[in-house]
Design a protein around this ligand. Structure first.
Ligand code: ZN
Length: 341
């Protein structure tokens, strides 16, 4: 009953494993070969997920020991959570982009102590998030830490790296945006790409800022939406005809989907300008205007992060400015005349 494996291209199998989130499942992919298999992503470190992974591999006649490579598209727990489990039972080479590696298990509060993926409460407060939402979010964050079983990254991969399995090459493509260090895996012979959370068919990947500094390169501005746009154009250039995403349906018109994602964010940018035009000033207030139907703390956190990513791009484009006032950061349109003092 947990077995969902089906062949989606020659020797490539897709199956789903459950997740303990609102997003109920993730698609995992197995490239099957007699001289060792490649697994793309792993699911969270939860018992039901492990059971489903094993059941699907069993069905495909593959033992953990047959897995030669595990490619992790990015460090989020639904993708990286069970790499450690496979590592315990095989000699699999676990591969990830170097930028991803820094964030394994580090939803850290320790500003100044290495990479910071999550800033402390003060960050959320200065952007206008209510205390109750901050507390609910902190509670959730603790739980998230346990969802990735610790593992060792055996090989870091980047644009020039590839592996060969059977008659096919699998090339790594650096596609930051949804996450720092996100990679897609492209197979030119089969004209397809595993797109991770970079391109999804039914939902738009969350593009977020959750810290007031670049999480990795302290002296650079962190502009994940700008990175995402560049990554979309980079994947468009590959010209593949089938996208295999981590969530939801296969992508049969990747180019069309890329256009839709670009259009979606253009529209979001417009809505946020409209919010500021109507007097909403904090990122939180702007996010409530832009995403009115979301009500839970986890949603507020996603919305705030997504809004900040859009505001950062608008600020870089010179369309808005963020000003520190009374303990908050207020955003306003640059074309607006300065208020009388
Ligand atoms: Zn993700």
């Amino acid at each position: 009953m947990q077995v969902s494996a089906q062949e989606v291209a020659e020797n490539i199998y897709e199956f789903q494993v459950p997740l303990p989130f609102k997003l109920k499942e993730i698609n995992l992919f197995l490239v099957k070969s007699d001289d060792g298999c490649l697994l793309i992503d792993t699911g969270t470190n939860t018992p039901a997920t492990a059971e489903a992974l094993k059941a699907n591999l069993d069905y495909l006649g593959v033992a953990f020991g047959d897995i030669r490579y595990v490619a992790i598209t990015h460090f989020h727990s639904d993708h990286a959570g069970q790499a450690g489990l496979i590592q315990q039972h095989s000699d699999a080479v676990v591969m990830m982009h170097a930028d991803s590696k820094h964030f394994l298990g580090s939803w850290s509060d320790e500003v100044g102590q290495g990479p910071v993926y999550m800033a402390p409460d003060a960050f959320f407060r200065q952007h206008g998030m209510p205390q109750a939402s901050i507390e609910q979010f902190q509670h959730m964050r603790q739980r998230y830490l346990s969802l990735t079983l610790p593992f060792e990254v055996n090989q870091t991969v980047d644009d020039t790296d590839s592996i060969r399995i059977g008659d096919c090459d699998f090339q790594f493509v650096f596609t930051p945006g949804h996450a720092i260090g996100h990679i897609c895996v492209y197979c030119p012979q089969l004209n397809l790409a595993f797109t991770g959370d970079h391109i999804l068919q039914r939902i738009t990947p969350n593009i977020s800022i959750h810290s007031d500094k670049h999480p990795l390169h302290r002296n650079e501005r962190y502009n994940p939406l700008g990175d995402f746009f560049l990554s979309l154009e980079k994947t468009r250039q590959l010209g593949f005809s089938l996208g295999l995403p981590s969530h939801g349906a296969l992508i049969t018109d990747p180019e069309g989907r890329i256009d839709e994602l670009l259009a979606h964010h253009d529209e979001r940018l417009q809505v946020m300008l409209e919010a500021m035009d109507q007097g909403h000033q904090t990122a939180y207030a702007i996010s409530r205007y832009a995403f009115p139907k979301y009500t839970e703390a986890f949603d507020h956190w996603l919305m705030l992060g997504e809004t900040l990513a859009h505001l950062e791009l608008l600020e870089i484009r010179g369309q808005i400015e963020g000003v520190h006032e009374d303990g908050f950061i207020h955003y306003r349109l640059t074309a607006e005349p300065a208020p009388a003092r």
